[in-house]
Design a protein around this ligand. Structure first.
Ligand code: FAD
Length: 362
């Protein structure tokens, strides 16, 4: 019997598999499609990503370096507020390659991966979990001591285990213009109710235009308006959902969720790669498939690690709904050099940020 059957071979599933297989656990990842595809992510991440990926892969993954962001309250060309650091803050990476790289690490640690194997249901019993799977070969059932739902925002495992659905699901759309752009700033447009649209220079891979917001706010229409207004030629388009949490619980007796399935995202950007990797680390460290009460330790560990950041992120997001004049004042106050870490909004109150702001006022 498997120690862990993991549904989903995205960053959360592969990283948990890698860390847990290293400890000697018998693991299989069931991936409904093919690792890394279809793409529905900008792959804009803090430099913390490189704690999880061997250095030799960096040059293959990295597309561009970002030093800061320009915020536009009233549209392109009007007054902007710039936030920056003197060294790179983040990287734009090839997200498909990231998933492939993490899954290769899982295999090298001893995990099995089966692509085109979709989890269609989970039956949790006292002594084991039966995972129901559909693949091109037909239907099958796999027994495991513990099931791990890393199957993204519309998690089937979450639904089968009766766990809480995300409080909110945003609709995100991305469009790519393949004209190269090695600029070092992302642009953020506060022109979507409760969220924003953006432009990311992706180096030789071109420019990405994106938007996210509530599905009731005509996101597709707004995306078309955005790209038309910029006179850009979109050559490729994709979309996905962004879950906003956190839920009250992400675990049962013999099952738990990681990553987007657990709504472990930043409420003020929708980014979830790093939080998913952090939570995978917590889970691999504390959950022992032979002592199922350790699953409760994962519940408390991941919240200790990122719970406060998610709460703070929710407060920052409230700023997107303030009147424009208040947004302008807030952005003006904080703009210039910054000392914050993009995954840790609580660093807004850090000494680094205080010193940066002091420097700006000189
Ligand atoms: C438009 C958009 C832009 C984004 N930009 C960024 C960004 O710049 N930076 C950032 O950090 N985050 C970004 N995100 C969020 C980021 O993509 C997610 O937080 C991250 O992918 C979550 O990883 P995961 O492993 O939890 O889930 P996923 O990456 O969604 O992986 C889940 C995997 O499970 C598989 N699966 C689903 N159902 C089943 C099933 N029933 N059985 C088997 N397999 C299944 C899927 O095929 C998929 O491979 C963005 C999201 C969107 C929608």
């Amino acid at each position: 019997m498997y120690d862990f059957v993991i549904a989903g071979g995205g960053p959360a599933g592969s990283h948990f598999a890698h860390k847990s297989a290293e400890l000697g656990n018998k693991i299989i990842i069931l991936e409904g499609g093919e690792i890394g595809t279809p793409l529905s992510c900008s792959g804009h991440v803090s430099l913390d990503l490189w704690r999880y990926i061997p250095h030799k892969n960096k040059s293959r993954l990295i597309q561009n370096e970002i030093y800061g962001a320009r915020f536009h309250v009233r549209g392109e060309g009007r007054k902007t507020h710039t936030f920056y650091k003197k060294e790179p803050i983040s990287n734009v990476i090839d997200r498909v390659e990231l998933d492939r790289c993490l899954s290769k690490m899982a295999i090298e640690s001893g995990a099995e991966i089966k692509e085109r194997h979709t989890v269609i249901g989970v039956e949790e019993l006292e002594e084991k979990v039966i995972v129901k799977v559909r693949s091109p070969e037909g239907k099958q059932e796999i027994d495991t001591k513990v099931v791990v739902g890393c199957d993204g925002p519309n998690s089937r495992v979450r639904r089968s285990l009766g766990l809480e659905e995300p409080k909110e699901l945003l609709h995100g759309i991305l469009g790519f213009d393949f004209t190269e752009d090695f600029g070092n700033f992302v642009d953020v447009y506060l022109n979507v109710p409760g969220f924003f649209s953006w432009r990311i220079p992706r180096g030789a891979a071109g420019v990405e235009y994106g938007i996210a917001g509530s599905p009731d706010t005509d996101i597709i229409g707004r995306f078309e308006k955005l790209t038309d207004s910029m006179g850009t030629h979109i050559q490729k388009r994709c979309s996905g959902m962004i879950p906003i949490g956190p839920p009250a619980s992400v675990s049962t007796n013999r099952g738990f969720l990681i990553g987007d399935a657990a709504s472990q995202t930043k409420p003020f950007t929708g980014g979830g790669i790093i939080y998913g990797l952090m939570a995978s680390n917590c889970a691999a460290k504390v959950v022992n498939s032979n002592e199922i009460n350790t699953i409760k330790m994962y519940e408390s560990r991941w919240r200790k690690e990122i719970g406060r950041e998610i709460e703070m992120g929710k407060w920052i997001r409230k700023g997107y709904s303030l009147p424009r004049v208040v947004q302008e004042m807030g952005l003006k106050f904080f703009s210039g050099e910054i000392g914050v870490h993009m995954d840790r909004p609580t660093s807004l109150f850090s000494r680094g940020q205080f010193n940066a702001m002091k420097g700006n006022k000189k």
